[in-house]
Design a protein around this ligand. Structure first.
Ligand code: DLL
Length: 434
């Protein structure tokens, strides 16, 4: 029995998708104007009426909405339907301020799970698969989203949640998990343990669906090698529904955005101007089918670019390039813009694994940055290269990537804390002085 069919919508000609988006946008704008006071006020202030929106070409007339707006409207200010029609909440971790709580009707949940199902199908999933979900369950969207998607595909679903590596490995080997869903940093962590214990031959894994944090191509190769799988990227955010807003197909060349539900735009983060295809800027989403928490022109703070180049998989939905991180992940060190992902690339290219930490501080008026990276067990055994030589090589690699000199400390294996969910790579002590 096949319980999930890849909908034709994913391969529709672009003009048809855009016509569908236009139709849905017009309805959605009318819906939020009539049902959400916040949008009514914002649109009135901007002098835009629902009648002014005839299709996607008018999207730019609508005001943006930001994370601060969500915080101000917490908890119920953006609800599009009466509370009695909502069946679920999910929430962000709230580490950078007040939590964002997103609401779902049953239909919203169905759409979200369908998007996750499409991601699993794109990674080769069928009802013959055993889908091992070790994203966190609970308020975080990772576990519930992929769990629902896996059910829709008809996979045998293992709702493992995060952590407890022993139990993960036992279920994975005993039940023959074929698809694994977790953060890339946890996948690397599991891969390391599998290598140490020589368990790779006992695994049936063929694919992994990894997201929720930025990860580099180097890290993808590292995980594919450690687990013997093909690693697919998946993107999403709580505000817009959760994982599955976009995902990779077998081409592994950017993530197809589910355009029948979300309209993407790329804007200049400083001016708000909409940028043409191919230019890097801040990703903005408009939800055209969600009802409980309907965000219009939501500024994600994620930086990437879009491409409509045809994809050999046959999907016509626009692709977004892997976000290099949130605009707020970017560090300014010694006056230079530095992304953790640039540091990760250098380290993994020199044979290290993704066990590193970046400590930024300020001494007097000067910024300091120390990159701590763990020796792999093989490196620790190889006495032909000294620690000082290794450090100096990383310093050089980072200087050429970043344009500034940072300190490097190579540390013993297993000294940097492993991540079970989203990895915390940066400790910026300068934040304490703010
Ligand atoms: O991380 C949803 C998710 C769960 C996505 C599982 C994929 C897999 P939040 O906790 O609200 O939701 O965090 C959203 O995480 O704005 C990005 O900055 C970052 N992010 C998510 N996926 C990726 C990715 C989930 N594939 C925030 N690559 C987003 C880079 C990602 N960053």
């Amino acid at each position: 029995m096949k319980r999930y069919y890849q909908p034709e919508i994913e391969t529709m000609p672009v003009e048809q998708i855009q016509a569908l988006q236009s139709e849905r946008l017009v309805e959605q704008v009318k819906f939020v104007y009539e049902n959400v006071e916040f949008y009514r006020n914002r649109m009135d202030e901007a002098g835009v009426k629902p009648e002014d929106i005839h299709g996607i070409e008018d999207l730019h007339k609508l005001p943006f909405i930001t994370k601060d707006d969500l915080r101000d409207q917490y908890p119920y200010g953006l609800l599009g339907v009466p509370l009695k029609d909502c069946v679920r909440i999910q929430s962000t971790s709230g580490t950078t301020g007040r939590r964002v709580v997103a609401f779902y009707t049953q239909e919203d949940l169905d759409v979200w799970e369908e998007c996750c199902a499409r991601a699993i199908v794109a990674a080769g999933g069928t009802n013959e698969d055993v889908c091992h979900v070790c994203y966190g369950y609970g308020l975080f969207t990772g576990g519930p989203g992929l769990n629902g998607g896996s059910h829709k595909v008809g996979c045998l679903t293992l709702p493992m949640s995060s952590g407890n590596t022993e139990r993960q490995l036992q279920f994975m080997t005993d039940l023959g998990s074929t698809i694994i869903c977790c953060t890339p940093s946890y996948a690397a962590n599991l891969g390391e343990t599998i290598k140490e214990r020589g368990l790779k031959d006992q695994l049936k894994l063929k694919a992994g669906i990894f997201g929720a944090e930025p990860w580099t191509e180097e890290m993808r190769h590292n995980i594919e090698d450690l687990l013997g799988i093909k690693a697919y990227d998946i993107y999403g955010l709580t505000e817009i529904s959760g994982p599955g807003v976009s995902f990779e197909c077998e081409e592994q060349a950017g993530m197809h955005i589910q355009e029948d539900h979300f309209i993407p735009e790329i804007i200049n983060p400083d001016t708000g101007e909409v940028l043409p295809e191919g230019e890097i800027g801040e990703l903005v989403f408009t939800c055209i089918t969600k009802k409980a928490f309907p965000l219009i022109r939501y500024r994600t703070r994620d930086l990437c670019y879009l491409t409509r180049k045809p994809c050999s998989c046959g999907r016509t939905h626009i692709r977004m390039h892997k976000p290099m991180g949130r605009s707020d992940d970017m560090m300014v060190i010694k006056g230079v813009n530095v992304w953790p992902s640039q540091i990760e690339s250098v380290l993994l290219n020199q044979g290290y694994q993704a066990n590193y930490q970046i400590v930024v501080d300020r001494v007097g008026n000067n910024d300091t940055c120390e990159v701590q990276v763990e020796l792999t067990p093989e490196m620790a055994e190889d006495t032909s290269v000294t620690v000082a030589q290794r450090e100096s090589k990383v310093v050089k690699g980072l200087k050429s990537m970043l344009g500034i000199k940072v300190d490097v400390k190579v540390v013993e294996p297993k000294t940097i804390t492993r991540s079970e969910g989203k990895a915390v790579r940066v400790i910026d002590k300068r934040d304490l002085y703010k």
